[in-house]
Ligand binder design. Sequence first.
Ligand SMILES: *Cc1c(COP(=O)(O)O)cnc(C)c1O
Ligand SMILES: [Zn+2]
Length: 420
Amino acid sequence: MAAFLGYRCSGCGTEFPPDPIRYTCPHDGSNLDVALDLEAVRRRSAPDQIERSQEGSMWRYLPLLPVGDPGLLGTPLRSAGGTPFFECPRLAKRHGLRRLWVKDDGRNPTASFKDRASALVVARAREIGAEKVVTASTGNAGAALAGMAAAAQMPAVIFAPRTAPPAKVAQLLVFGAQVFLVDGSYDDAFDLTVHASQAFGWYCRNTGYNPFTAEGKKTGAFEIAEQFHHASSGSGNSTWEVPDAVFVSVGDGNIISGIHKGFHDLAALGWIERLPRLYGVQAEGSAAIANAFAAGEDTIRPVKADTLADSISVDLPRDGLRALRAVRDSGGAFVTVPDEAILKAIAELGREAAVFAEPAGAAAYAGLAEAIRRGMVREEDRVVILITGSGLKDVRAALRSVGEAPVIAPTLEALRKAMA
Ligand SMILES: *Cc1c(COP(=O)(O)O)cnc(C)c1O
Ligand SMILES: [Zn+2]
């Protein structure tokens, strides 16, 4: 908490004091970065100290976060993050790489990476005495907010497009949130949420609007640095290590911005020596940021999003500029993948790595193949794929990927026939 200094506009650079509630910049509408007192962090904490922590969740990085310990020990809020990280030699071989790791953030309390942001935002909401939290969501951010709010017994209101996959809508309802399915796109739900939060005084978690979401998401980068350090070279060092390339799927661009902030914080602290190249992967049918990257522009033009990867289906990305900068600053790139490649990636990840990813999660892996095809990744590059959501979120897409199972009579004869 003591590390939270205030906000800085990512557009015009204006600094703001640590006001309880501040969303985007009043001058130019840009997203605000949370400014931290890194000197104080350095005095209070160090990599080897964190490595000795008994805390397995994202809260082991508490000294680097802009909130205090939320308490709620043992609840889903207090156990977000801390997800598995493991090497996949078969996937590496398949792509002609020496080493490849998967970080499976589908293994979060509500089964997506969004738990990191929602846990942090609810912690913040409690600190400022907010009575109700609200968010727009394609599904996962809402499920995560509803789950974390339930853990904190705080009322939540969620707006999602009526086309959201049923499993995600079920999560919202089961966690007891007040749910409104908007007859429109995610972008329509987003605008309605902002208006409703202003009209009713609710604390708004919207992605690419509330500055604190990226602070939760940056813990994904902290974990990659710590886990990669252990997986690749071992320990006994006062610094952590990063891979050469990290693949992240991108819709609004807030995950990749948060991951970048995380690596950036670690580099500023001197805890890592360099940033990994960040590769943003967008669906071909929802590629507003990738389009700007390819054109070498800073202007992000909205598209009419059309992809089966609902979590990255966005007309106008709300954190596009920071996502562009994250990729450029790290020496990475944006790539796009068609829906067929995403479906193929779901089956490959399941078969070869035993990871069940939803379409947007598998998109990151599909992007690796595209980046290799375009000569962006070399054999010796050590690659990490961030899987952002579980396949149980969208079984319809999963079945489109692998097909249905045959139905047979319960006899050996029928089995023989079916196997032939
Ligand atoms: C939200 C989400 C993304 C994309 O994150 P953005 O911040 O919108 O770029 C990717 N995958 C999954 C599973 C998500 O839920
Ligand atoms: Zn500004």
